[in-house]
Design a protein around this ligand. Structure first.
Ligand SMILES: [Zn+2]
Length: 233
């Protein structure tokens, strides 16, 4: 799980949501050298269901930042890797306005053209709600955030969107049911762990990769039980 791929100052608020372009390039080199199959979340699940025995890494980029388009996409293309970007349906081409009260810096989100270009290069588009509000907030309009954001993205990008990402990793039983009822097949959380066949496809755990993920930690996260030891369930 990645967010922004950008170099930031040491005093940056929530520095952990950024990964430097240099670290990202090295991480991709590592997984290429380790011979992982690297694909989108949807592809990874299909491959596993089809009995694929290879080691798979599904790359995901929450919020669909423009810096991912500028910096990560060329590296993914170089290695022939795919990924999933989770776009906020009501904020395409805008910025992370949901973060601005918390002191987090403003970062531009991909435009419609950039998202289309990602799709043309085999990147999966997933849905990250309409406004990036927490779905457990008391005033949250669940229908707009879940159902309407799906159809808005489908119409705009002329593509079936069946992959959902819960903002802040917040969910409960009612929310998961609505995600399922809306027609999503997969959902990713911020719960930690390496996904296995016992996980619900609507509540997939992920491995957080942050500014502080140095190479040895990156390798431990993808090759050892480091992340599974941090599972809550
Ligand atoms: Zn997000």
């Amino acid at each position: 799980m990645y967010h922004s791929i950008k170099s930031v100052h040491r005093n940056e608020v929530m520095r952990s949501i950024h990964v430097s372009p240099r670290s990202f390039a090295l991480q991709m080199r590592i997984i290429k050298a380790l011979d992982f199959k690297v694909c989108s979340v949807g592809d990874a699940i299909q491959r596993k269901k089809a009995g694929c025995k290879s080691r798979i890494i599904a790359l995901s980029f929450d919020d669909a930042y423009e810096n991912v388009y500028d910096t990560a996409l060329p590296i993914l293309r170089k290695y022939g890797f795919s990924a999933t970007i989770y776009a906020v349906a009501g904020l395409v081409g805008s910025s992370n306005v949901w973060d601005l009260n918390s002191g987090i810096s403003e970062n531009t989100l991909m435009s419609e053209t950039q998202i289309r270009d990602c799709k043309a290069h085999g990147i999966e588009i997933g849905c990250h709600t309409h406004t990036h509000q927490s779905l457990i907030a008391f005033n949250c309009q669940l229908e707009q955030e879940i159902l309407e954001s799906k159809s808005a993205l489908e119409e705009r990008f002329d593509s079936e969107i069946n992959n959902f990402c819960y903002p802040y990793g917040h969910y409960d039983d009612t929310i998961v049911k609505q995600v399922s009822d809306a027609g999503f097949k997969f959902g990713v959380t911020m719960d930690r762990g390496i996904s296995n066949e016992r996980d619900s496809e609507l509540l997939l755990p992920r491995i957080p990769i942050t500014w502080h993920t140095l190479p040895h930690l990156f390798i431990a996260k993808i090759l050892t039980s480091y992340e599974d030891n941090r599972r809550v369930l």
